[in-house]
Design a protein around this ligand. Structure first.
Ligand code: ADP
Length: 466
């Protein structure tokens, strides 16, 4: 079976969030199951493309409305990723030093059209086209209804929703940018009088998955306007929990860490990483270290962080360290908090993130929306106790310590009071050294690798080929 993933992000080439981690790992694990699984993504102007070599395997022009754009398909020459990586280079539109901007309609349409134009030239077509999020959401529609892609219409398409908040809306005035299609089908593109790329994909893909079972159920109640559509299409929808890449996230081999460790020397290993963090960020190593890593946006509860942190620091003997960036107001409010038992790194830093997962005692995730969440799985793997709101994938992966087989701190709802209370509970748990240390070894052994979920995807593909 030959699967082609089409995505705007893929780790380590371009990563904004969890989408990249998933697309960079899932194909590797699908290969282990005997399938051929490769990735197509845009060619961006970044560190990775600058420092790796690519060979041109195809070039042509695409029509975007009345304009023509030159594009190339570039294949990564090394096999460092464990799968083939193809990048679509549309120099005038995609080749930028950013992944997303405020107006990406033409950019990602060009990406999708160029990908399909190139697919037309394949002698042997893929068995499955797997699209991810709204940036590739018009592919199932174009494959079914654009005259030009008639020969692709029998290839099953799968859409995975990593985040339904962003939907790729644009005005019907831009419909002419989509390659000519049977106009009776224009309704499939529409949602609430706009073209909605995610809605079109939900309507046209053969199967729709979300990145956790709970997120699928939550979207049927609240999906930024698409809840009725998801209820209507529920027969073809399924939630499959994301996994994590155990080759990248491995405490024994992770080259980014200050000290590597396993379950047998977890305490000394974590202490060495914590020591480095405390020195770097002027924190007291004796206090339990709470951390946050991620985008500073409302979905993550970030607007409440300044208040939560001030209150939690006043009520408990703890330290807090935050790594992230996002809304400027939140960044400024966080930067203004006195640097006493508290520090921040405003920005993106992959190496620091790894050290933080290893050196922290608790990872905070007071998300209001969390489709799957990878951070809690990385933290478990690195022996850091997650403190999470019971939502989406967090609900599916963290059990509260007061429940049978529990290992994390779970709160219900995101308010300053509820999160602060959860931090206090965590601090109390930390003071029971024996129980706390035993738990670290246990959480490191929880298997959230892609093995199980990759198989679930392959089963799903097979059901479409029968
Ligand atoms: P989302 O995709 O909603 O941002 P996920 O939990 O699914 O959230 O994935 C976030 C990924 O991005 C994780 O790998 C996390 O470690 C990483 N990440 C987020 N912000 C930063 C940052 N500022 N520096 C380094 N890594 C980050």
């Amino acid at each position: 079976m030959n699967i082609l993933h089409i995505s705007a992000e893929c780790f380590p080439i371009a990563k904004i969030g969890g989408l990249a981690d998933v697309v960079g790992a899932l194909p590797k694990y699908q290969k282990k199951l005997g399938t051929t699984s490769n990735v197509v993504m845009p060619y961006y102007d970044n560190k990775f493309t600058e420092s790796n070599s690519f060979e041109k395997i195809y070039e042509n022009y695409i029509a975007l409305g009345h304009e023509y754009f030159h594009f190339k398909v570039l294949k990564l020459t090394s096999n460092q990723l464990g799968f083939d990586l193809f990048c679509i280079d549309v120099p005038d539109l995609l080749f930028k030093d950013y992944v997303y901007s405020n107006d990406d309609t033409a950019r990602f349409l060009a990406f999708q059209i160029a990908t399909l134009d190139w697919l037309l030239t394949f002698e042997e077509k893929p068995d499955i086209i797997h699209t991810h999020d709204h940036h590739t959401g018009l592919i199932p529609f174009m494959m079914s209804h654009s005259f030009k892609y008639e020969t692709l219409k029998d290839i099953p398409t799968v859409l995975t929703i990593h985040n339904a908040q962003y939907q790729g809306w644009f005005s019907h005035e831009k419909t002419h940018l989509i390659p000519p299609f049977n106009f009776e089908k224009v309704g499939l593109l529409d949602w609430d009088s706009n073209i909605n790329s995610l809605a079109a994909a939900i309507k046209c893909a053969w199967k729709v998955t979300t990145v956790s079972p709970s997120y699928m159920e939550e979207l049927k109640l609240q999906a930024n306007g698409l809840e009725n559509l998801l209820n209507h299409e529920s027969a073809k929808c399924i939630g499959i929990l994301n996994g994590i890449d155990w080759t990248v996230w491995n405490t024994e081999t992770d080259e980014k860490l200050i000290k590597n460790y396993t379950t047998s020397n977890v305490i000394s290993g974590k202490t060495a990483n914590k020591k480095w963090l405390c020195k770097e960020f002027k924190l007291d190593i004796k206090k339990p270290l709470f951390v946050f890593i991620g985008r500073l946006v409302g979905e993550k509860g970030a607007d409440l962080f300044p208040k939560i942190f001030k209150e939690a620091l006043a009520e408990n003997t703890i330290s807090i360290l935050l790594l992230g960036s996002g809304h400027k107001e939140t960044e400024e409010a966080l930067t203004a908090i006195p640097k006493e038992n508290f520090n921040t790194f405003i920005g993106y830093n992959e190496k620091l993130a790894h050290i933080i997962y290893a050196g922290a005692d608790f990872l905070l995730m007071p998300s209001r929306v969390e489709p799957c969440g990878l951070n809690q799985m990385y933290s478990l793997r690195y022996g850091t106790v997650p403190v999470v709101n019971a939502i989406g994938g967090l609900k599916d992966t963290v059990i509260d310590i007061d429940k049978e087989d529990g290992f994390g701190i779970v709160h219900n709802g995101v308010t300053v009071e509820k999160v602060t209370k959860a931090i206090t509970r965590a601090t109390e748990y930390y003071s029971d050294e024996k129980a706390f240390n035993k738990n670290l070894k246990n959480i490191m052994k929880i298997d959230h690798s892609w093995n199980n979920s990759a198989q679930e995807y392959v089963n799903l593909y097979k059901s479409l080929k029968n």
